[in-house]
Design a protein around this ligand. Sequence first.
Ligand code: SF4
Ligand code: SF4
Length: 504
Amino acid sequence: MQIDTEKCTGCGFCVRDCPVEAVRLVKKKAVINEQRCTGCGVCLRVCEALAVTAEEMPPEGTLQCDACPIKCRIHSGYMGACHRYRNEDGQLVRITALHCFEDVAAIVGPDPAEAIRKPVVTAIGAGTTYPDCKPAPHILKENRQGVDVVTVVTEVPLSYSSVIVKVDTDIPLGKEGDRILAGKREVGMVETEQYGSKMLHIGGVNRMTGKNGFAVARTVTDIANRRPVKLKIENGGRLLLQVGHPPVIDGKQAVKMRVGCGSATMGLFAPILVEAADEVIILDSHITGQMSRHVAGQFAGARPTGVQLKFKESTPGRYFGDHGDGWGGTSISQPADVIRAVDMTVARAAMTILITETTGQNGAMFEVRQDGKLAQRALTKKARAALNAISNSCEPSRVSAIYTAGAGGSARAGVTRYPIKLTRAVHAGKAYLTVGGAPGFVLPGGGITFMVDVERVKDGSFYWTPTPATICPLEYTMEVKDYEKMGGHVEAMKPFDAKKPVAK
Ligand code: SF4
Ligand code: SF4
């Protein structure tokens, strides 16, 4: 990397962000330590004064790492930008040794004993006791393979509760932080994106106890019970969502989940794409891929084409996309518009360019004319085959949801006289938490905050009450000896009778 000291303003962004501390300020000018520098390009991206430029050729004496698209050029004795690889006397070495499970077993911690992994009964239909300090409605024990096991069940009202909804689609729904409305009432917000999915958060205690609390509780419960709900994202789409079904966005049913980002699609299909056209561009709002510059395309034999894209290049052949209603969730609705220019000193006349998106649903093909202009042409058989290969690898678009709540409050009093002992037992794997029989994932740290996949809970098992709170069927299963030790309501404990499971 080179820094033009005339342009450098000494802002220090490159110093702060350089992952290997290769930049420092000397008399308010950035200076690069060439030995440490890996050419990762972070300083290039953060420098607002455009003072940094990259060398085309790897500096002498460096090794080029090919473990990720950054392609660090590492000097002997130094490490790459991710701090994983080091050039040790001309050999690239992974700094940390490969770990066996035994090496990490103590950190991973034990699984709960087999005897307590299933509840004696579920809390579905259990009812609730109020006030909380009364014993839970059912405290039932049985002997399993010589171990006395007890399950304490309650349909517990939880105002600290929400659903995290995963909508598998690349169609834009709204921006992070946008409010989600049920009718005119705010019930949640757009949270983030996952690979091929949009994540929505509906509910949460402050919305639940706010002015729209009833609508919030009802919406969380409907989603958890896998009923259809109509939502509107402020400044975004109108949604009809039902867990287990494809989402309907602005009246149109989404069909395919993308196979990956544009770069991942290139990584997956480069050997097929290289047969389909001289250049392939995969439009994607996250990372748009360009075959001739992408490491996977080059590995598969793609040659330089001189095609230059409008988007900002992140690493070779990987471009940050934008968001819109066009192909691949970008703003590009006329595919050729993604091409800024074709450098005819590199391009070949009659060279073909295939443009598609990460679901392979749309495809367009162009030929480069002598004057550098593009002429659209019909898709070739090989281009169709490439689009089909992408499309057939996509999973169907669907909605799923995780119910998440905090049960570390007064509901513990129905289980034990010493609530902290229940919390500790849950975190120690001595008391196992299930929701309608489905395993709950307990979040680390304090309290009993858990998550459960609603599709593993019998539909219709969640309710809401105008407290307002959602009501969740919750079970704690543990060995009777541990229940006694935590000060459990052993006087209310009864043997489980499969013929009369709810007898009091
Ligand atoms: S290219 Fe990367 S490693 Fe080199 S100075 Fe810039 S930020 Fe640091
Ligand atoms: S894997 Fe690490 S060392 Fe290798 S190119 Fe990527 S960032 Fe650099």
